[in-house]
Write a protein that binds this ligand. Structure first.
Ligand SMILES: Cc1ncc(COP(=O)(O)O)c(C=O)c1O
Length: 405
């Protein structure tokens, strides 16, 4: 497909990388320190946990890996069920494809595009091992009823926070609202670790130990009883790891390890970006307020607004064209002709070939389907946009929407 030059592009970068990030990276490279797993990683994790408001933050190489590890903690067995939303990127449900579990897609709320708590209450049973929620676009999910229903049945609640950095929920932050949070630092996200990266956030010490083992090329294993073997004399005094191998039996390897450790370069950039997050969030909110003001002048448009006590992170700026598919098509095409890049996020997951193959069908989540096929539109809204690009965007919207009335 031919690349177009958009006057107001959708973000290839969701944050702004500048001299402060470059200085931190240059100092690291100039030093003799390790480039993997050192002081920056520890600092980034500690600051991130503090920011989110939880005991542990464990960095990994992507949001997808974070979700895979979180799903592993649910200990899924054949026949178990996982309750989740169809209105998300494929990575949220991807770890479930390879597991012999039943996925219950719940419909979304029409105003937020978040999973509907009433649908979750109806779907959760004693077979439910996990509920995965997504804070769509950065608007936090109403958590209370979902947590109560899941916990009453012994299921864990995983938050996909890929969009939610910068959001707030009644004085708390996504990533600390349920059992475990999964963040993405992909280039397009509200904070980047120079392209790819992810983080898990949670309170349980036991989980820290298990997840740290997996991401560091060890296994998630239950250490069995002490085996009375005489440890060999270490070849060299520092070869202490051999003691562990020769004196314990790993009775139950639950998950083989992998190397999902974040590099020092990524962590150094991430630490600087985290300090700049208030600046990025303020810019997103400023642009979102300009778009809200513009759209409020037009009939038939519904906004994606947070309720009282909730702060939207505006990873995605979403609007709904209530007049339906033809009106939305006109708007999208007109904006595209005016060199405003539009994207529609996300195609409902239960209708993708991989989930259809597993028996999912249209009609399963009627609201999510109707909104995606007829109403929802995502407009550019990111800190890389200049004031004059925002002026141009609101002007183009005014023109395109006045054609509709
Ligand atoms: C909702 C959601 N979940 C998970 C991911 C996966 O994150 P990553 O690209 O870091 O693997 C993304 C992003 O791309 C996302 O938008």
């Amino acid at each position: 497909m031919m690349e177009r030059d958009y006057r107001v592009p959708f973000p290839a970068r969701g944050s702004v990388v500048g001299p402060a990030e470059l200085t931190a990276v240059a100092e690291l490279v100039d030093s003799d320190g390790a480039l993997s797993g050192g002081r920056w990683r520890a600092e980034f994790e500690q600051r991130f946990a503090q920011h989110v408001g939880c005991r542990h933050a464990l960095s990994v190489t992507s949001g997808t890996v974070a979700l895979e590890l979180a799903v592993h903690l649910a200990g899924l067995r054949p026949g178990d069920e996982v309750v989740t939303t169809p209105q998300t990127f494929a990575a949220t449900v991807q770890p479930l494809l390879a597991r012999d579990v039943r996925v219950r897609f719940c419909d979304v709320e029409p105003d937020t595009l978040n999973i509907d708590p009433a649908a979750v209450e109806a779907a959760v049973t004693d077979r439910t091992a996990a509920v995965i929620v997504v804070h769509y676009g950065g608007l936090p999910v109403a958590m209370e009823r979902i947590l109560a229903a899941a916990h009453a049945h012994g299921a864990i609640v995983i938050e996909d926070c890929a969009h939610a950095l910068g959001a707030e929920y009644h004085g708390r932050r996504p990533g600390a609202l349920a059992d475990i949070g999964c963040f993405s630092f992909h280039s397009s996200k509200n904070l980047t670790t120079l392209g790819e990266g992810g983080m898990l956030t949670f309170d349980r010490d036991e989980w820290y130990e298990r997840l740290d083992r997996i991401r560091s090329n060890k296994a998630d294993a239950v250490v069995g009883p002490f085996v009375s073997r005489v440890p060999p004399t270490p070849l060299l005094p520092w070869m202490r790891y051999s003691e562990e191998i020769y004196t314990h039996e790993y009775a139950d390897v639950r998950h083989p390890g992998t190397n999902a450790t974040m590099s020092e370069v990524a962590a150094a950039a991430g630490t600087v970006q985290l300090a700049r997050l208030p600046e990025f969030s303020a810019r997103r909110r400023h642009i979102a307020a300009r778009l809200d003001d513009c759209l409020a002048r037009h009939d038939g448009i519904r906004l994606h607004r947070p309720p009282a006590g909730v702060a939207h992170a505006y990873h995605l700026y979403t609007m709904f064209v209530e007049a339906g598919a033809a009106a939305r098509e006109h708007l999208v095409k007109t904006l595209d002709q005016r060199a405003v890049e539009i994207q529609l996020r996300y195609f409902p997951q239960h209708l993708t070939p991989e989930w259809r193959q597993r028996g999912h069908r249209s009609g399963e989540c009627p609201r999510a389907e109707q909104l995606w096929f007829e109403q929802q539109v995502n407009l550019p809204c990111h800190p890389g946009l200049t004031d004059s690009q925002v002026d141009y965007l609101t002007g183009a919207l005014d023109e395109a929407l006045s054609d509709l009335s």
